[in-house]
Design a protein around this ligand. Structure first.
Ligand SMILES: [Zn+2]
Length: 96
């Protein structure tokens, strides 16, 4: 999986699958100020209460989660290959 902005369409990404019983706990932390050149490469469907975004900035990536009534949270910054793997785990319901 390579990180490009070629898939997904504005306003309607894929639906995150239900969390699996053995899903990994993602270490969410309070969102920090956006860097320059922040780019959202992938996002999940905005019709769901929680929306996940795969963001790249400054040569690293992270995942951001927003939801009604909840503060925006993010993962730690990580390498692109790591964030791509984590994105897939979240999307498949294997991490949450
Ligand atoms: Zn939807």
């Amino acid at each position: 999986m390579t990180l490009s902005a070629t898939d997904g369409s504005a306003g309607h990404g894929p639906h995150v699958l239900e969390p699996q019983p053995d899903c990994v706990q993602v270490q969410w932390q309070a969102a920090t100020q956006a860097e320059d050149r922040r780019r959202v490469l992938r996002w999940t469907c905005e019709c769901r209460p929680m929306v996940y975004y795969l963001v790249t900035a400054g040569g690293q990536g992270y995942i951001e989660r927003t939801g009604p009534g909840a503060a925006t949270v993010q993962t730690a910054r990580m390498r692109h290959v790591q964030v791509a793997d984590l994105w897939e785990l979240i999307w498949l319901g294997r991490a949450r």
